[in-house]
Write a protein that binds this ligand. Sequence first.
Ligand SMILES: Nc1ccn([C@@H]2O[C@H](COP(=O)(O)OP(=O)(O)OP(=O)(O)O)[C@@H](O)[C@H]2O)c(=O)n1
Ligand SMILES: O=P(O)(O)OC[C@@H](O)[C@@H](O)[C@@H](O)CO
Length: 413
Amino acid sequence: MESWPPGGSGPAEAGPRLRGLRGADLAASASLLSGAGAGAEAGCSAPAVAAVLPAGGSGERMGVPTPKQFCPILERPLISYTLQALERVSWIKDIVVAVTGENMEAMKCIIQRYQHKGISLVESGVTRHRSIFNGLKALAEDQPNCRLSKPEVVIIHDAVRPFVEEDVLLKVVTAAKEHGAAGAIRPLVSTVISPSVDGCLDHSLERARHRASEMPQAFLFDVIYEAYQQCSDYDLEFGTECLHLALKYCHIKAKLIEGSPDLWKVTYKRDLYAAESIIKERISQQICVVMDAKEDEEHVGHRLEEMLKNELNHVKVTSGRDLQQIILEQCYNFVCVNVMTSDFEETQKLLNMLEESNLSILYPVVVISFSSPSHQEACTSLLDSLIHQRADSRSKKSYNSASCGTKTTFTER
Ligand SMILES: Nc1ccn([C@@H]2O[C@H](COP(=O)(O)OP(=O)(O)OP(=O)(O)O)[C@@H](O)[C@H]2O)c(=O)n1
Ligand SMILES: O=P(O)(O)OC[C@@H](O)[C@@H](O)[C@@H](O)CO
């Protein structure tokens, strides 16, 4: 087992946005898990939480040579999106990824390139259950040269399910702490039937009374580790359901948590196209406006932020000093704004940084220069330009700084 990068700190402290949490109880649980808030002050101990991501499959049903967890979406491997989603959750202290020996180096390159933090790598097994078991062994303290501390609760999440949000992770972990096991479920789309030996319908299940088992799942570590230690070779070879192992070997009935539609697993090629569409849609809602640091320009930045917020989900305005951290947190479209600055040296430096960051940049970077601070008019024009830019721009992965997107110059009318 290797922690990667060597000496890597915990998951990136990307501000954990508790998006979509409902109810004070969830927010309270989040603050408890992150070691803050009233719960922690009241002496309640925040359970240590780790995650195991099985990523050792070959993706046969995808029908391409590359295992699907490494298939690119906007030229970024699918698994990197899943890691980013989990890293954003500040209370997950360790992430263990199980990959095949032959993909170990590729996985290390992905971690380096996208600056994933606090990732430990273990060798996967010949089946998903064996891969998960290897991940759990890395967290158990009864293993030789184990460098990770045993968590109280462990999340198990397929590496090919990139759209996992903090609220469902919080729900399954909170439920696992109480029940011993918990898992996300979704309504069935097709009816489940049981064929007879001669290939005819034997019986069908009443769809409304059944659910599809999805991920994430969470367990008290001792429960699921014990289940895997007791597990028969048959179950390790042919099983597909961790919740079943907890029931069969530890008599724990998992709490079932209704999950969102985005929890689906990338299995077939169509799922990759769907994932790309969702990622494009999410990135197109994220704008980072980079202003020069002069006083009057920040006024433009704030005016711009107010106006763009009416259009988009996520608008960030920065002076560019904290751009490296911003790049780590989120994929954005970028707007660089110069007000009354004659040369573009600062902007060019920024564009070079963006180009070197290997970001999945969806639209060309928009560079706006104002020949004078006629703010209101400039902001309106800029907003029109941006919206126009989003409406008809190609979904291009990146730009080159020679012709970086649109350079729009406003002059005093
Ligand atoms: N020996 C295996 C098999 C699967 N997985 C992982 O378990 C998750 C869900 O499994 P599945 O969708 O079945 O992936 P594959 O086995 O790769 O797909 P296929 O069955 O089409 O080959 C994936 O992240 C996959 O990489 C694993 O870690 N080790
Ligand atoms: O069976 P597969 O190997 O395709 O994928 C594993 C899925 O079955 C599993 O992720 C959910 O059913 C939840 O257990």
